[in-house]
Write a protein that binds this ligand. Structure first.
Ligand SMILES: Nc1ncnc2c1ncn2[C@@H]1O[C@H](COP(=O)(O)OP(=O)(O)O)[C@@H](O)[C@H]1O
Ligand SMILES: [Mg+2]
Length: 369
């Protein structure tokens, strides 16, 4: 398709740390400050595949054996997600210029300059007939950055016209914040970002372990419990919370041992308070307190968590949908946007978003055939 005014039609694909499924977004963007959301869907993973994927976590690569098999199946599931998305939107594959393919993080250890997202870009390009950009985190990590979060530049692109400083909080398995400063006379607004701490992952694991489902729907279990202050204090004792931004986390960075003896309700309440408290603990590390928090990702559906956040942050905390964004689609959209930036040679990350020494381009391009 002709790239009118620099806008390209792209697909962004995300398989988040929650392992709930594949998010696929269709959008048009110039990779700079223009974004038009077109369509979105999530294809949930079956329990069998989720178990196989979980079995890959912590492995360092896909160079053979079971991880390679999971990578192949993961890639094929992403190709199916692209087909379903384009069918739903009534858009032909030939009209799509590029796919931004995050893949699934099985290992993230930026301190050792290691990060690994499985997902075979060449295979996805062949299966869909659309060129692919993948491996979006490696260049940042190789240069000494945290490799995460990568969504802040996309959040900045969306934030025009909203009051500043603005915080965009993404609550997936891990939670991350983008702080967006006032628009300057010239150039682009300052953006500072980091992973804040746990998002939903500890809560999900807790609910699963007690045979109460895959997540705490609406936050009902947590709402029925009491926060255990000493367990919360033990959890908040983790050295991560004293570190300045930028900083990032692996899914399993936190040990939930302090809640192990609590009832299902009290454990859920305490882990939910842990996510909220860890978000609030980042405020002193930001250049100035945000005047508003917009929340995206699955965690915004947890009413108990949203109420705890509002209580601790003391300014409006609202779902990102309030300003017309699709809070479920944002991360997948971001990887479509970043794929365009990759092709344009623009940075995907900045010193203030990942700690990388200089603004850093990245991504690996896989043409069709
Ligand atoms: N209705 C709901 N109530 C509470 N939590 C929810 C709800 N829907 C989704 N979630 C949470 O959101 C998570 C998925 O969020 P998502 O943004 O997809 O994370 P990730 O990017 O890590 O995949 C689920 O694991 C669950 O914890
Ligand atoms: Mg998800």
């Amino acid at each position: 398709m002709e790239a009118k005014e620099g806008l390209r039609t792209v697909v962004g694909l995300m398989s988040g740390t929650s392992m709930d499924g594949i998010d696929a977004a269709l959008l048009r963007t110039d990779g700079r400050d223009r974004v038009e959301a077109l369509d979105f869907l999530t294809i949930p993973y079956g329990d069998g595949f989720r178990t196989r994927l979980r079995g890959c976590l912590g492995k360092s690569g896909a160079s053979g054996g079971p991880v390679a098999e999971v990578e192949r199946d993961l890639t094929d599931a992403h190709a199916d997600a692209v087909r379903c998305l384009l069918d739903k939107a009534g858009v032909a594959a030939a009209a799509v210029e590029l796919i931004g393919f995050h893949g699934h993080t099985i290992h993230h250890d930026p301190g050792r300059r290691l990060t690994c997202q499985i997902g075979d870009g060449a295979r996805l390009a062949a299966a869909t007939g659309i060129a692919v950009v993948n491996d979006l985190r490696s260049a940042d990590v190789a240069a000494g950055g945290q490799g995460a979060p990568l969504v802040p530049l996309f959040h900045r692109a969306l934030a025009h016209g909203l009051p500043r400083p603005l915080a965009v909080l993404n609550i997936g398995g891990v939670a991350n914040v983008s702080w967006i400063g006032p628009d300057p006379q010239e150039g682009e607004a300052e953006v500072v970002a980091c992973d804040t701490g746990p998002g939903n992952a500890l809560i999900d694991d807790w609910v699963l372990r007690h045979g109460l489902g895959r997540f705490d729907a609406g936050g009902a279990l947590a709402a029925a419990g009491q926060v255990d202050d000493s367990a919360l204090a033990a959890l908040m004792g983790h050295p991560y919370f004293g570190c300045p931004a930028p900083k990032s986390l692996d899914r399993d960075a936190f040990d939930p041992a302090p809640v192990a003896a609590l009832s299902p309700q009290d454990g859920a309440a305490t882990l939910t308070a842990f996510t909220a408290a860890s978000v609030a603990s980042v405020v002193p590390h930001l250049p100035a307190p945000p005047v508003r928090w917009l929340v995206c990702g699955g965690g915004r559906h947890n009413a108990t968590l949203m109420a705890m956040l509002a209580g601790r942050l003391g300014v409006p905390v609202e779902p990102a949908d309030t300003v017309g964004w699709d809070g479920d689609a944002l991360e997948a959209q971001a990887f479509g946007y970043l794929a365009v930036r990759s092709r344009l040679g623009l940075p995907l990350s900045l010193p203030a978003t990942t700690g990388v020494p200089v603004p850093m381009p990245g991504g690996v391009f896989h043409p069709v055939g």
